[in-house]
Design a protein around this ligand. Sequence first.
Ligand SMILES: Nc1ncnc2c1ncn2[C@@H]1O[C@H](COP(=O)(O)OP(=O)(O)OP(=O)(O)O)[C@@H](O)[C@H]1O
Length: 259
Amino acid sequence: MRAKEINPKIDRNEKVIFIRGLQKAFDEFEVLKGVNLDLYKGENLVVLGRSGTGKSVLIKIISGLLQADEGQVNVLGREVSKLTSKELDALRLKIGFSFQNSALYDSMTVKENLEFPLERHAKDMSVNERNELIDVVLDAVGLSQALNQMPSELSGGQRKRIGIARTLILRPDIMLYDEPTAGLDPITSIEINKLINEVQRRFNTSSIIITHDLTCARAVGDRVVMLLDGHFQRQGTFEEVFAAPDERIQAFYNYNFID
Ligand SMILES: Nc1ncnc2c1ncn2[C@@H]1O[C@H](COP(=O)(O)OP(=O)(O)OP(=O)(O)O)[C@@H](O)[C@H]1O
């Protein structure tokens, strides 16, 4: 797969996430030891790292699910640690989570699954507006025909797409994808990579994509960062990061890459 062409709409004057000196430990175990991160408006940032390096912890801190021990974590202009729980709920609505375990409700149709977040968070929306929005997000993920199907009738890749549609329906500014291609075959993975780029273009979202999948990293990342030993050791385009003469990075590459 060819490397991604960097999105020309990235606005480097606007940081939607700004993190400085982030530290997080669990008892004696220091997971994040001073992480700095910028996510620019319109950018897809890939965070790579081996298992247990703290990628999920980072996402949880960004979304206020975990507290940082030290450092500044600013999301859409708000300092996360200073928010009340109500303010945090409001901020979370601007963040779309596509987590590995964000499963669909099996007893509901695709349409009902998509209506669910609207019923909770957009109570005043008319039926017509809802239906229009459902059309828009289903079209975006290429599954308009699945409207009345049950999740059990869909493939793993299609369920993943509907999960992303359900996240998009609240029109988030930021998308957080945790291992978006995990458990998918290579062809379906490539389709999900294309979808991540399509979401970026169509909805002008800024995204963090956490993955071990280097094919995914190369296909979707405008910028790639490598989390190693509690710090971001490298960042740049995919090619720049893997051109680094660092044994640990080369080992990661050689072990993972499927070309
Ligand atoms: N709530 C918690 N309490 C104690 N330790 C935790 C907690 N959450 C995470 N950890 C530890 O922090 C480390 C980083 O975990 P994290 O889930 O962020 O890894 P990861 O990089 O996302 O790994 P993977 O790719 O396997 O998902 C792990 O050693 C984990 O055991």
